[in-house]
Design a protein around this ligand. Sequence first.
Ligand SMILES: [Zn+2]
Ligand SMILES: [Zn+2]
Length: 344
Amino acid sequence: MAPSPALRCCKRALNWIPVLFINLVVAWSYYAYVVELCVYTIPINAERSKCYLVIFHAFLAIFIWSYWKTIWSKPASPSIAFALPRAEKELYEKEQRAEMQQEILKRVAKNLPIYTRTAGGAIRYCDFCQLIKPDRCHHCSTCEMCVLKMDHHCPWVNNCVGFSNYKFFVLFLAYATLYCVVICATVVQYFIKFWTKELPDTHAKFHILFLFFVAALFFISIVSLFSYHLWLVGKNRTTIEAFRAPVFANGPDKNGFSLGFKRNLVEVFGDQAKNWIFPVFSSQGDGHSFVTRLVHIDPEQVNSILQQNGKMWDRTWHHNNTVVMTTNTPQRLCRLQQSEAQGI
Ligand SMILES: [Zn+2]
Ligand SMILES: [Zn+2]
């Protein structure tokens, strides 16, 4: 039985508690650093205090910016092209036999750039959203939708981390780590002075001792998560794929989407180095299909896909054994690797 609207509303409100907690910790760290450290402990007009305030605010600003973008980027869902056409949908719903339903899905999927299957070799179909799942797409039960290149649902940002915000999420972890490093590195000398009673017992003492402990604790937990995600980016895997390898026509392969370290990095951060450090969207592709080193389709099939999707795909070119099919908008880029493409 579906939960009542009041219960769903209550659940949605409770989901914001971890975000509220993070915001309260950041707000308190701001007060402790700016007021208790830079105003009361180091005299505000001292050069050191001014220098600390400039560095602190620069890192805080970019940390908040990337956190904000991770929270508020709407998860990307599959386009209408992945929904069953009306006639097929009616047939699918009437059909009781699973193998016949699969035949319907196979017929529709033939026209789509889909190369991964379920562990049993079936076309991946979402019964909730009633669509064929693009490669790397998964249904999130918290967001109640299919999310493109879903990585995981993160309670600390109360959002799905996926194609639309994965770059922001990695930057959020990077800047959260740096924010903790800046605090620890500048507070440590005052921490020692308070600890050894070189500085008098004032109300600042509690805040500064606690600020160092909290920043060190957050640093340890965030840096391990950040390192793990850097490793995932380098391998071109999502968290889901790290636990369960995607299944291709020739079986599961955890490296199926890996194109080498540099290209993997470019797929998430984009090919313009100037965009890498800022939380602006620069990931490549449209999230519906990904270059894979495992797909070997014959030239006839490429032509047939292009013809059947005449409206959707309007251009092709070949580059390093890769057939690229793209729409007329740069955001909706779809690429298919094809090993014998030169002959087309
Ligand atoms: Zn779904
Ligand atoms: Zn989600």
